[in-house]
Ligand binder design. Structure first.
Ligand code: HEC
Length: 168
């Protein structure tokens, strides 16, 4: 009985190796990358590269074990979800209102320390950002926010308040 189950599991493990999600790799310069319009200093660039871009850009650096199933599904899920929420390589396509909101979230993510997600820092130790790196990201986000210059409407502010209350 146990042997049959193990064999069954083994067969499944072998079979799923052939079903791979599409890799998030897009070569060449990214026309809509945030840095094209809002240049960032090297501290910010480096911090985003080591800690964020794997899930928030059009290019993920895949570790060797990412080609093993079901690991690659787990990673693809995070990458797709992360990109859907915020993609630094598609930032310039966003409406000003969306830009403003994402920048606000970006600031909060570093002030409150909820990004990068813990399953990522478990493996990528250099993605644990120090205070200077966090501050550099926050300062940059504030700068871009000012440059975008979106003025929230009363409705936006009410929604934001509601959202924050919902999180408490
Ligand atoms: C391993 C993948 C991964 C990494 C690395 C990662 N994120 Fe995320 N991020 C996600 C996912 C998934 C979500 C959406 C779900 C959620 O909010 O938890 C998200 C959401 C966000 C949001 C919220 C966007 C919104 O719509 O509200 C911000 C801001 C953000 N991440 C910033 C960052 C920053 C800054 C870094 C680097 C310091 C980073 N993330 C690193 C996966 C990642």
């Amino acid at each position: 009985m146990l042997k049959k189950i193990s064999l069954g599991l083994l067969a499944i493990l072998v079979l799923i190796q052939f079903i791979k999600p599409a890799a998030n790799v897009s070569a060449g310069p990214q026309a809509n990358a945030i840095g094209n319009k809002y240049p960032m200093n090297d501290v910010v660039k480096n911090a985003l590269a080591v800690a964020c871009n794997d899930c928030h850009s059009n290019n993920t650096k895949y570790p060797w074990y990412s080609s093993i199933q079901p690991v690659s599904w787990f990673l693809a899920n995070h990458v797709n979800d992360g990109k859907r929420h915020l993609n630094f390589d598609e930032f310039l396509v966003y409406e000003p209102k969306k830009m403003d909101h994402k920048l606000e979230e970006l600031i909060e993510s570093q002030e409150e320390g909820w990004m990068p997600i813990s399953s990522y820092t478990l493996i990528h130790k250099d993605a644990i950002l120090n205070a200077d790196q966090k501050k550099a990201i926050i300062d940059y986000a504030k700068e871009v926010k000012a440059a975008v210059g979106y003025v929230p409407t009363a409705e936006d502010l009410a929604k934001e308040k509601q959202r924050k209350e919902g999180m408490e």
